[in-house]
Design a protein around this ligand. Structure first.
Ligand SMILES: Cc1cc2nc3c(=O)[nH]c(=O)nc-3n(C[C@H](O)[C@H](O)[C@H](O)COP(=O)(O)OP(=O)(O)OC[C@H]3O[C@@H](n4cnc5c(N)ncnc54)[C@H](O)[C@@H]3O)c2cc1C
Ligand SMILES: *[C@@H]1O[C@H](CO)[C@@H](O)[C@H](O)[C@H]1NC(C)=O
Ligand SMILES: *[C@@H]1O[C@H](CO)[C@@H](O)[C@H](O)[C@H]1NC(C)=O
Ligand SMILES: *[C@@H]1O[C@H](CO)[C@@H](O)[C@H](O)[C@H]1NC(C)=O
Ligand SMILES: *[C@@H]1O[C@H](CO)[C@@H](O)[C@H](O)[C@H]1NC(C)=O
Ligand SMILES: *[C@@H]1O[C@H](CO)[C@@H](O)[C@H](O)[C@H]1NC(C)=O
Length: 600
């Protein structure tokens, strides 16, 4: 499929060379500069930089941009992956399982992912300039006010909602259809946030059904998160706006960017001072010094891996592997994610026009020429945040994502999610060719915690990711309530006009249970599990008095000088939302903290 689309676009491109088409504009940017105007170096030009940043996701790209605003500082950004390519710019195109993905997998699960191949759920992670924002679903959703107030209550000074809101606003450049809650939004930042030009009847029906059930259509990044909304996406001009596209298209002579450079270790001296990094490129090992700081922005899986390989981690685990302990710390713990149930499928008595989701030549042509239509959108086309009866405070505890088409209409999607052949053949294969829509749902305040450990001392070996999904039964109970809410959406008058009905083939392994009973859903949830891949928390922020904290409220690694972590791993608790938005905010704030601390 991927190759077909690629060829199709190339052909379209040649046909339309004379017209000022969307795809031509894309390609011209690409071929003129090879990396969308991002200057990269083969190798670092100097032996020492003021700051060395590891990883070019939303954490690293943002910090690289902001620190290089100071012309007196030399910055080096090291990224293991390559620059993104032209296909990554197309919102509908999936780079999962490509060279732009680290292709991690969770360890086989006991309480989740039971209907997946090898009882495991895949854990994609971006390996590219732009990091995971090069392959993600592009939904921009920040978090609830209370999330950050709780961070602050835990002793993280500076992180209350009131204090971090300016950084959310600073990071973004909003250009959205109504409703837009202006005082909360930014217009001058680097990160473009827009709605997809792709509109579908199913999306309209979803928003209408929300109104019918008593929910407003809201700007969920404003005052009120609870409600139904068109997805706000990190995109611009019909293309993906990754972290690198947003923040690294600045040609500053004091910022060197080196790709395909995998950092293998932070260099730390006997006085616990981080003075540089070791990295590998083309099988050669290099060492570069940092005059001021080393900044780890390698993401939730690789940042703890690097910390542990550098001697910062749980003493017993490092001892096991023969790694010299520099600092005993709870690195790799507190792993949390938005676990999800992706097994709900609804049938309608409509033609595929209802979804406007066919990958036809017309759709490709429409995108190639006008930058609109099916290929200008990602499948999470609308979202809803709501409170179930289990909600403990003002925050919504469930998120619903509308999908224009279930797995029967896109087997590739099911395979990339890891659904086993047996489950697919039983549940979705019999309805191939029929028009379906789906709701994916996730408990927003997931309580189950996992852990990351090292498989070996070799940087090339994937760490062991024990996600421990659905370990806490309360996560399952919130999902059961979420399913009832999703069924109410399907049963709304709006969806009944389209003859919407729940696909009622039982999921293998759950056949003994009465369909649509709570116990049936509990079983189904543990079978057709996924996550939104919002892994976070593995280098948790907290004050020195918190024994679980790895970094302090200024993101400095406790007990080490010259080393900070700036990425999704520092989040102490999972926010209600999608994590890239919060990661950009964290990095904007961190850049200011760094500037302040070196002012004197
Ligand atoms: C399939 C999928 C869909 C998602 N959908 C959404 C969504 O719709 N909305 C949303 O907000 N979030 C989404 N996310 C999550 C979001 O993209 C991440 O939370 C976010 O990108 C985390 O940012 P980060 O800076 O912490 O790490 P990353 O973005 O993962 O960046 C880390 C970077 O460091 C590099 N790196 C790692 N190790 C090394 C090393 N040793 N040396 C050099 N470089 C290294 C990596 O290659 C990578 O480029 C999704 C994630 C996935 C996988
Ligand atoms: C989007 O398109 C407009 C009009 O063609 C152009 O001026 C602008 O630079 C584009 N923005 C980005 C970020 O590519
Ligand atoms: C690196 O080494 C491996 C094994 O020794 C080899 O297969 C690979 O081609 C080398 N890569 C480069 C870029 O030289
Ligand atoms: C592109 O947009 C124009 C103006 O809306 C429309 O007339 C035309 O049919 C579109 N082209 C394609 C291929 O969809
Ligand atoms: C679903 O609708 C029924 C009937 O209106 C209502 O009693 C129930 O509370 C709703 N459930 C959820 C989870 O919204
Ligand atoms: C779909 O079903 C609804 C409800 O039964 C009915 O009103 C509608 O006419 C049907 N539409 C089509 C196209 O069959």
């Amino acid at each position: 499929m991927r190759v077909t689309i690629g060829i199709l676009f190339s052909v379209l491109l040649m046909i339309n060379l004379s017209a000022g088409t969307h795809i031509l504009r894309l390609l011209s940017e690409y071929s003129l500069t090879t990396t969308y105007g991002i200057r990269t170096e083969q190798l670092p030009r100097f032996n020492e930089y003021d700051f060395i940043i590891v990883g070019a996701g939303p954490g690293g790209s943002t910090v690289a941009n902001r620190l290089s605003e100071n012309q007196n500082w030399r910055i080096l950004l090291l990224e293991a992956g390559e620059p993104e390519g032209i296909l990554q710019q197309i919102p509908s195109f999936s780079s999962i399982n490509s060279k732009y993905d680290w292709q991690y997998k969770y360890e086989p699960q006991d309480k989740a992912c039971l209907g997946m191949k090898d009882r495991t759920c895949p854990c994609p992670k971006g390996k590219s300039l732009g990091g995971t924002t090069t392959i993600n679903g592009m939904v921009y959703a920040r978090g609830h006010k209370l999330d950050f107030d709780i961070w602050a209550q835990q002793g993280n000074y500076g992180w209350s909602y009131e204090e971090i809101l300016p950084y959310f606003r600073k990071s973004e450049r909003v250009n959205l259809r109504e409703p837009v809650d202006e005082p909360y939004r930014g217009r001058d930042g680097y990160l473009h946030v827009q709605n997809s030009p792709w509109s579908t009847p199913v999306k309209t029906a979803f928003l209408d059904s929300g109104k019918e059930l008593g929910y407003d259509v809201v700007d969920y990044n404003g005052r009120q998160q609870i409600g139904f909304s068109d997805s706000q996406l990190t995109m611009v001009n019909g293309t993906r706006c990754s972290a690198s596209k947003a923040y690294l298209r600045i040609r500053r002579l004091n910022l060197d960017i080196v790709t395909e450079a995998t950092v293998s270790r932070v260099l730390i001296d006997d006085n616990n001072h981080a003075y540089g990094v070791e990295f590998i490129k083309n099988n050669k090992t290099y060492r570069i010094n940092a005059g001021k700081e080393v900044i780890l922005s390698a993401g939730t899986i690789n940042t703890p891996q690097l910390l542990m390989l550098s001697g910062i981690g749980p003493k017993d685990h490092l001892d096991e592997l023969g790694i010299k302990v520099v600092k005993d710390a709870r690195v790799g713990y507190n792993l949390c994610d938005h676990v999800a149930f992706i097994g709900l499928t609804f049938l309608v008595n409509q033609s595929v026009e209802f979804l406007a989701n066919a990958r036809t030549p017309e759709a490709a042509l429409q995108y190639a020429i006008n930058g609109t239509g099916r290929h200008s959108g990602t499948l999470p086309s609308a979202v809803a945040f709501a409170r179930t009866k289990h909600a403990v405070d003002a925050r919504p505890d469930i998120e619903l994502i509308l999908r224009a088409g279930a797995f029967n209409m896109d087997g590739d999607e099911g395979r990339s999610r890891g659904i086993s052949q047996e489950v697919y053949d039983k549940v979705w294969k019999p309805i191939e060719g029929q028009v379906t829509w789906a709701i994916w749902l996730s408990p927003q305040l997931a309580r189950s915690k996992g852990r990351i450990t090292l498989r070996s001392t070799n940087i090339a070996d994937h760490p062991i990711i024990n996600a421990n999904l659905l370990d806490d039964p309360s996560d399952v109970e919130v999902l059961v309530e979420g399913i009832k809410f999703a069924l109410n959406i399907s049963q709304s008058q709006t969806f009944q006009r389209y003859g919407s009905r729940l696909h009622d083939t039982k999921i293998p392994g759950c056949e003994a249970l009465e369909f649509n009973s709570d116990d049936y859903w509990r079983c189904a949830i543990r079978s057709v599990t996924a996550t939104f891949n919002h892994e976070m928390g593995t280098a948790k922020m907290g004050p020195a008095t918190d024994p679980a904290a790895v970094v302090d409220p200024e993101l400095r690694v406790h007990g080490i000088r010259g080393l900070r972590v700036i990425d999704a791993s520092i989040m102490p608790e999972i926010p209600v939302g999608h994590l890239s938005a919060t990661t950009y905010m964290i990095a904007e704030k961190a850049a200011d903290m760094i500037k302040r601390s070196w002012q004197n």
